[in-house]
Design a protein around this ligand. Structure first.
Ligand code: NI
Length: 431
């Protein structure tokens, strides 16, 4: 009896160890295919919402593995569902598929020579953000799950998302549109994981609970005064001087008007346009800029305080300022669910090894993965992919025409995604 009882106590641990070992075996078996897939996708990059070839490759792969596959979700998105042999939660893994209008300069044998029309111009197209790696890693993880299907205690939903880089001029992001089309329902997803490659120790994993990437919001301020001769400013209202005050004034939002102890934030004006001639004070000045924050409350405070500061400065000079902040053309910060991230960190530690798991710093880049995290608990992490012959501290970053991904980091990505899904299922058993 005693033996039987302790055997039962250790049964889950044994199951866990066995499943974990199987994940590693299947991940190792798929590694070389993942590297091949990435090279192929890298050589055939496609711009946002034009990921036709990539989507077809993904869909074919998922169907062959026995997934229930939906295509054309949010234009070119692909969703694959695999119900495991045992009951359990639904875990989603997300991979973004789109490339950028960048002309590749890496000189790699599989470098892109693709061109496309973008903004009325012929441009080079490159996977300069490394989404080729995300797709290939997710395809590999999908195969790991298919091989473990009978033992899998839950359901896997693979989300291959288009248009992470934006589908301008349509003011909707790939993640946002997929959610609107119901990607997190039927079956309802309990948790979602996503990764991004970036310069870093090859195979290193970088993560933190809470905010990890910034929000990005478009800002436009239009100052309307009254045109007059520049030699007689008192007979008009000068929007140039007022704009100068507004530019400085909105800097006090960061330094005087929000709690600086909470989290960092930035507002920058990037363009300023007004006037036709040196001796005419114009009617109007238009400025555009960007707002970056890490906290939804501070983000909202920026919306209110930038608007108030600009409007009141203009009013004080007898002019008017109209402030447009395009939360519809931007998105919120990427915020890792505290509880989920704490629960999954031991998994990432096991995958990366103690010396290769790092606490991520905040990055001022932005990610539309944040839309998923607004709906359900989600965790986003970074995978270091700097080739060993480069210094990750000075290596070309994402969006550079020289950005490179080290093939030997792929296995860590496959293992991380696979173990996260399986461990989450084991941690949340359902009858
Ligand atoms: Ni990216």
């Amino acid at each position: 009896m005693k033996f039987a009882a302790s055997f039962l106590v250790f049964l889950p641990a044994l199951l866990f160890a066995d499943l974990s070992k199987q994940v590693d075996t299947h991940a190792a078996a798929v590694e070389s295919k993942v590297i091949e897939w990435r090279h192929d996708i890298h050589q055939h990059p496609e711009l946002s919402n034009q990921e036709f070839r990539t989507a077809a490759k993904v869909a074919e792969h998922l169907r062959a593995l026995g997934y229930d596959v939906k295509t054309n979700v949010a234009v070119t998105g692909v969703v694959g569902v695999l119900k495991g042999g045992k009951p359990g939660p639904v875990v989603a893994l997300r991979a973004d598929m789109d490339a950028l209008p960048v002309t590749e300069k890496t000189g790699l044998p599989y470098a892109s020579k693709v061109t496309a029309e973008y903004g009325g111009k012929e441009v080079g197209v490159m996977h300069a953000c490394g989404h080729d790696a995300h797709v290939a890693i997710a395809m590999g993880a999908a195969e790991v799950f298919a091989n473990l299907r009978d033992e899998l205690p839950g359901t896997i939903k693979m989300i291959f998302q288009p248009a992470e880089e934006g589908a301008w001029p349509t003011p909707i992001w790939g993640a946002q549109q997929m959610i609107q089309e119901g990607v997190l329902k039927n079956p309802a997803v309990d948790a979602i994981f996503g990764l991004h490659v970036r310069p870093g120790v090859s195979g290193g994993i970088y993560v933190k609970p809470g905010p990890i990437m910034a929000s990005a919001d478009f800002l436009r301020i239009t100052v309307t005064g009254k045109q007059t001769h520049a030699s007689r400013p008192w007979s008009g209202v000068d929007p140039i001087t007022i704009s100068a005050q507004i530019i400085l004034g909105i800097q006090t939002v960061a330094s005087r008007q929000v709690d600086i102890l909470g989290s960092p934030s930035v507002v920058s004006i990037g363009t300023i346009q007004g006037g036709e001639r040196n001796n005419i004070i114009p009617d109007e000045v238009v400025m555009t800029g960007t707002i970056r924050t890490y906290d939804p409350e501070i983000r909202q405070a920026y919306f209110d305080k930038v608007t108030r500061t600009a409007e009141k400065i203009a009013e004080s000079a007898g002019a008017a300022a109209e402030v447009y902040i395009g939360s519809d053309t931007g998105y919120g910060p990427t915020v890792n669910d505290q509880e989920l991230t704490e629960a999954m960190t031991p998994t990432l530690q096991r995958v990366a090894g103690d010396s290769m798991l790092f606490e991520s710093t905040l990055t001022t880049g932005a990610e539309d993965f944040s839309f998923f995290q607004k709906e359900i608990p989600g965790m986003f992490f970074f995978l270091g992919v700097t080739p060993p012959d480069q210094n990750y501290k000075t290596a070309p970053t994402n969006h550079s025409p020289l950005f490179m991904v080290d093939d030997s980091a792929m296995i860590t990505g496959i293992r991380a995604m696979s173990h996260l899904a399986v461990d989450y299922m084991l941690q949340h058993p359902k009858k």
